[in-house]
Design a protein around this ligand. Structure first.
Ligand SMILES: [Zn+2]
Length: 144
């Protein structure tokens, strides 16, 4: 993704720092425990400020997608496909990302987040069909 540089703000900085370390996390309200994404200062459930980061599995289902045919970003090949994913561990949250497959997604398709190191300073999260990823060894239930 040459040319594209995310501009982290106060609320999203922690997310980008975690992505750089290849950790997938969402905000967890410090008062009521509600999970949320994208990052924001206040909990929509209880209006409290203050949060922790909670690591969750980078898994979801394709909710929708767009094919971008206009080169908004210099150097970015087009057309390119951006998916909107509903997170399995946090069904109230939607996340966007580049599509990492040679074919278009299917509605409701199960996907897995994968980290792409763009350059020395930038790592982003893309989405790939779950069927493309080899089966993992048993999960560590203590993780996260
Ligand atoms: Zn809350």
């Amino acid at each position: 993704m040459p040319g594209y540089r995310p501009q982290p703000d106060r609320d999203s900085l922690g997310w980008w720092e975690r992505v750089a370390r290849r950790q997938f996390a969402v905000q967890e309200c410090g008062a009521c425990g509600t999970l949320r994404f994208p990052p924001r200062a206040f909990c929509a459930a209880c209006r409290t400020e203050g949060w922790n980061w909670r690591e969750v599995a980078p898994e979801g289902k394709v909710e929708s997608w767009i094919v971008n045919r206009r080169p908004f970003v210099p150097g970015l090949g087009d057309p390119y496909l951006v998916v909107m994913v509903r997170l399995t561990p946090v069904p109230g949250c939607l996340m966007y990302g580049n599509w990492r497959a040679e074919r278009p997604p299917e509605p409701g398709e199960r996907v897995r987040g994968v980290f792409t190191q763009v350059d020395e300073a930038l790592t982003v999260l893309d989405w790939m069909p779950e069927s493309f990823i080899p089966a993992r060894p048993a999960e560590n239930p203590a993780a996260g």
